[in-house]
Design a protein around this ligand. Structure first.
Ligand code: PLP
Length: 388
C-alpha cells in the first residue's frame, strides 16, 4: 500500500478538513488539519471493492447482520487479540458514542457522577453533561519520560466520596496513547467491585497498537469480572470507516445485555446500514495484512516526527505512547496560555490541532496532533511548528 499518496478530501463533507477551516476563516485554506481522529488514507482495497459491489447491487432495503458478520468479528477478536467472544454478547449500535450515551442513561440517574481518567476524550464530557450527569475526573499522573500513570488512591477517594455508579475506561487511552496493563486493569476492577461501580471499557483503539506494545482488554481478565463489564469496539478507527457507523458492545452478563438491547429497540436502533455491514465484515475477513502495513507506516510516522521534534522544536515534549496515531504534545515550555497557544498553532504554524484544553483541565498547555496522514503532511506541520 502506498500510504504516502495524498488524497484530496475536500468536498467530501470531511469534518476534519472542512469544519475547522470554516471556523478559522480567511486564510483557512492554508491550514493543515491535524485534529479529529480519522486518518487521511483510503480504506483497504478489499473493503473498497466489497462496497463497490454492494453499491452496484443497487437494492438497499432493510438489512440485518448475517452469520458472516458475527463470524468475522469473533475470528478477528480471536486471531488479533486472543479473545474468545460469545456471539450472544454482541449488541450492535451505530457508533461507540451513541452506545455509551444510551448506557449512561441506563446505568445512572441525572445528577450522578461518572468517572473518567483525565485528560479525557472531550466527547465523553459532552455526552455526560448533556445527559445531565456530572463528569468526575480522575487525573492521570504525569511521570516525566514515562508518560502517564493511573492514580489509584485518587480513584478510590472519588469512589468513596462521590459514589459514582459508572466509570468510562478508555483503553487504549485517547489522547495519551497509553495501553493499561493487566495489573492496572485488575486494580481498577478490584476497586470497582469494592465500590460497586460498573465499567464501560471503550476499546475503539484496540487494533492500533504500536510495535513492541501489548493491548490487554478487560475481557482478557476473565469471567470473574464479567458482571460489571461492557466493552465497546469497532472496525471504524482501524480501517478508516468512521462515517459508515457501526460498532459493537460486548456484554457478557445476560440481564444487562437484555436491558441494553431493549433500550436500543426502544429507540428504534435495531436496523443496520448495509454498507457498514459489508465494510466491517470485509475489513475483519481480509483487512489484517493491510492493517499490519498501516501500523508499520504509523510507527514510522511517529518515530520520524518524534526525532524531528526532538532536534528542531526545543519547546516540545512528546508523550511516549503505546497505541493510536495520536501525539499528545506538551507545549507548556512555550509559556503561552491556551488561547495564545491556539493562535500560535494556527497563525504561525498553519496547523489545526486538537487543543489540549478540549480534553479537560489536565490538557491545558498541550495539543493533540493526528499523525494518521501521509508523511508529506507531517513535513509541512514540522516546518510550520518551527516558526513558533
Ligand atoms: C475513545 C473514543 N471513543 C469513541 C470514539 C468515536 O466513536 P464512534 O465514531 O463510533 O461514535 C472516538 C473517536 O475519536 C474515540 O477516540
Amino acid at each position: 500500500m502506498d500510504f504516502n499518496q495524498i488524497i484530496d478530501r475536500h468536498h467530501t463533507g470531511s469534518v476534519k478538513w472542512e469544519l475547522a477551516r470554516q471556523h478559522a476563516g480567511q486564510d483557512a485554506q492554508l491550514l493543515l488539519p491535524m485534529w479529529v481522529s480519522d486518518f487521511d488514507f483510503a480504506c483497504p482495497p478489499a473493503v473498497q471493492a466489497a462496497l463497490s459491489a454492494r453499491a452496484a447491487h443497487g437494492v438497499f432495503g432493510y438489512t440485518e447482520r448475517q452469520p458472516d458478520y458475527f463470524a468475522a468479528l469473533l475470528n478477528w477478536a480471536n486471531t488479533r487479540h486472543g479473545l474468545t467472544l460469545n456471539k450472544e454478547w454482541i449488541c450492535s449500535v451505530e457508533g461507540v458514542v451513541p452506545g455509551i450515551a444510551l448506557l449512561l442513561q441506563m446505568l445512572s440517574a441525572p445528577g450522578d457522577n461518572i468517572v473518567v481518567q483525565g485528560p479525557y476524550y472531550g466527547t465523553f464530557r459532552k455526552i455526560i453533561t448533556l445527559n445531565d450527569r456530572l463528569l468526575l475526573e480522575n487525573p492521570l499522573r504525569e511521570v516525566p519520560g514515562e508518560g502517564y500513570q493511573l492514580d489509584f488512591d485518587h480513584l478510590e477517594a472519588l469512589f468513596r466520596d462521590h459514589r459514582p455508579p459508572l466509570m468510562i475506561l478508555c483503553n487504549p487511552h485517547n489522547p495519551t496513547g497509553r495501553c493499561w496493563t493487566s495489573q492496572e486493569l485488575e486494580r481498577i476492577l478490584t476497586l470497582c467491585e469494592a465500590y460497586n461501580v460498573m465499567v464501560i471499557a471503550d476499546e475503539i483503539w484496540a487494533d492500533l497498537i504500536l510495535p513492541g506494545a501489548t493491548f490487554t482488554s478487560v475481557l482478557h481478565l476473565g469471567e470473574r469480572w464479567h458482571s460489571r463489564l461492557i466493552v465497546a469496539t469497532s472496525a471504524s478507527k482501524s480501517f478508516g470507516l468512521s462515517s459508515l457507523r457501526i460498532s459493537n458492545f460486548l456484554i457478557p452478563e445476560p440481564g444487562l445485555r437484555e436491558r441494553f438491547q431493549k433500550r436500543l429497540n426502544a429507540h428504534g436502533m435495531d436496523a443496520f446500514n448495509a454498507m457498514a455491514l459489508t465494510a466491517a465484515t470485509t475489513a475483519w475477513q481480509e483487512g489484517a495484512p493491510w492493517l499490519d502495513e498501516l501500523l508499520a507506516y504509523l510507527a514510522d510516522n511517529r518515530a520520524w516526527f518524534t526525532a524531528q521534534a526532538k532536534a528542531l522544536l526545543p519547546w516540545a515534549i512528546i508523550t511516549p505512547a503505546q497505541a493510536t496515531y495520536l501525539l499528545w504534545l506538551d507545549c507548556r515550555a512555550l509559556g503561552l496560555d491556551d488561547a495564545a497557544l491556539q493562535e500560535a498553532m494556527e497563525k504561525k504554524a498553519g496547523v489545526i490541532p486538537s487543543m489540549g484544553v478540549g480534553f479537560g483541565p489536565q490538557g491545558s498547555g498541550f495539543v493533540r496532533l493526528n499523525l494518521g496522514c501521509p508523511r508529506h503532511y507531517l513535513e509541512q506541520a514540522l516546518e510550520g511548528l518551527m516558526r513558533i
